[in-house]
Design a protein around this ligand. Sequence first.
Ligand code: SF4
Length: 362
Amino acid sequence: MTAFMHSREELQHLQSLPLSDKVRLTRERIREWTETWQGRVYVSFSGGKDSTVLLHMVRELYPDVPAVFANTGLEFPEVRRFALSQPNVTEIRPEMTFVEVVTEEGYPLISKSVASYIRYARIPDPAGRRRIYMTGQVRVPLRDGTLGRSMFDKSRWQKLAEEAPFRISDRCCRIMKKRPMKQYERETGRHGFIGTMAEEGMLRQRAWMQHGCNAYDKPHGVSTPLAFWTEQDVLQYIARMGLRIAPVYGAIASAQKCHSCRYMTTGADRTGCVFCCFGAHVEKRGRFVSLRESHPALYRYCMEGGQWIPNPDYDPDLPEFAEDGFRNWNPERLWVPSSEGLGMGFVLDTVNGLYGKILIPG
Ligand code: SF4
């Protein structure tokens, strides 16, 4: 059972505070982390707007703190140029390319947690103990006294796990970003600040509830002093401070769309890894549709290419179904990137075809 030091209600309370209070609390967390490690800290800097705000706040208090940019080769060119144009930025690189990661580990598809469940579900396991959430076997008591689905239920994605003839994995971030950062930490003895926010997903929310902003108790401790901010806070801070951000975002403007969205960017609203599919199925417009218009050459590289290779783990003796009814994942051939491109057109067609609708527009 996981021990939580904070509740969801505490997080919601912090998230509801005005920006001025958040700025004050964030400065306190930054001071605590920096003093604990006697100044041996750094900012993990992606060039995106969140880490730009974080870098600004850290350097307001401690101007000499270095920023570290993990050059994965997956960034928008404008974001990479912006990141490397800032003072005192160290560039680090992963040991593998994205093509190698996708070929050996799999495409980052749907979300980190779904990709992780799919990776485990596909490991041959006659009784299916590793995939009880994927096959929807777990039932939990509901308020009305009946049994219902667990919040971890991933059975919606069972079809994808069983039938897609390509690897799917959650390990890309670890290889492309986390490992090089940890290597930097080992070499320098510095401890990181990261500009992630709890509102970005369940894993980040749980991490905050478990460790708070300054995770001293984690093996590789990390500080997330913006954890209780929202995207609106980040935009408001940028507008108020007149902060320069990567040009791909355009400008910060007043949003007329809804009551709670007061600020918006006039350009891209997302500048993470260009080819990443995590979260692409919940976007209204679709990142690849935007990419086709803004960066046609990158779009073509992403969608075109791809090739079939023999599946080294293919087992002709594996039964079609496991005892739990899961169709064992055992394709003879695997779809992987080629020198012409990442082959994501085929990946999206497969996902959309399996679900009978445009789940990820491309
Ligand atoms: S954000 Fe996506 S593409 Fe980028 S490193 Fe993580 S999984 Fe890979």
